[in-house]
Design a protein around this ligand. Structure first.
Ligand code: CO8
Length: 261
């Protein structure tokens, strides 16, 4: 598939995916979702890619939401289908088995905030802002916002954001746990690349197992079950070549060379 609305750039083991519709503040239309899914599928199957950075083109926006021009004519059946289509893609991103870092430079609103929340880690520039303004359109979040926002920032903050549609600045997003770092705009991509580079230097099987277990902790939060899952995966990871390599390298005071095996 050739891409009209996203940029696909590989840098060593990092894939930088940029939503590229700056004139519409990178709003997600159906074509952009299709292209994003194709790129995500490709990245999953590409052993050379260890991490993905998701960004928005231009100075103003990460993603300003679903494309509102595609929402006006939805009815009950098409609305449900539209919502499910985005939810399925965002679930795929969340459970990719490779870290997806959202580098948020400007507006992350509605579906854009939801896309960022489906990513593994979110970092923001001081110019970023976040919101679920769907109520202002007489709508509700449909790409996972009611669920992921509540899990990330708690019921009180989620209710406040969703019921007012207020757009919050990056610093506030940091305070409530929506993002894990805020940096000046010109440091956003270098910081994201450094973070992605750091993660790709770790054992990829351990990275994938960590993502799986943390995601499951939200999906099935019972502690005893979660601990059982952790012990089981810990055992499986212990049996990998990477675990032998990592622990031996530490004891031999040398840098580990992980092979994802
Ligand atoms: N969809 C389509 N076009 C958009 C969107 C959008 N979400 N956001 C901005 N644009 C367009 C504008 O229409 C404008 O286009 P044009 O130049 O042709 O008039 C261009 O981008 C620039 O935008 P503005 O002139 O409005 O820029 P401002 O700096 O004045 O304002 C804002 C920036 C505040 C971000 C403003 O553009 C805005 O409020 N945008 C809408 C934000 C929003 O409501 N997002 C949520 C959308 S709904 C959603 O995401 C639901 C997701 C789940 C769907 C589930 C399906 C069932």
């Amino acid at each position: 598939m050739t891409y009209a609305n996203i940029l696909y750039e590989k840098k060593a083991r990092i894939l930088i995916l940029t939503i590229n519709r700056p004139k519409a503040l990178n709003a997600l239309n159906a074509k952009t979702l299709d292209e994003l899914e194709d790129a995500i599928d490709k990245a999953k199957d590409d052993d050379q890619i260890g991490a993905i950075i998701l960004a928005g083109a231009g100075e103003k926006a990460f993603v300003a939401g679903a494309d509102i021009s595609e929402l006006v004519d939805l009815d009950e059946a098409s609305g449900t289908a539209f919502s499910t289509r985005g939810q399925d893609l965002f679930l795929k991103i969340e459970n990719l088995g490779k870290p997806v870092i959202a580098a948020v430079n400007g507006f992350a609103l509605g579906g854009g905030c939801e896309l960022a929340m489906a990513c593994t880690i979110r970092i923001a520039s001081t110019k970023a802002s976040f919101g679920q303004p769907e109520v202002k359109l007489g709508l509700i979040p449909g790409y996972g916002g009611t669920q992921r926002l509540t899990r990330l920032v708690g019921k009180s903050n989620a209710m406040h954001m969703m019921l007012t549609g207020d757009i919050i600045p990056a610093q506030r997003a940091y305070e409530i746990g929506l993002v894990s770092a805020v940096v000046p705009p010109d440091e956003l991509m270098p910081t994201a690349e450094k973070l992605a580079g750091k993660i790709t230097s770790m054992g990829p099987l351990a990275v994938a197992a960590s993502i799986e277990l943390v995601n499951k902790a939200y999906e099935e939060p019972q502690l005893s079950e979660g601990l059982r899952r952790e012990a089981k995966l810990f055992g499986a990871i212990c049996a990998t070549e990477d675990a032998k390599e990592g622990t031996s390298a530490f004891l031999a005071k040398r840098k580990a060379e992980f092979r994802g095996k």
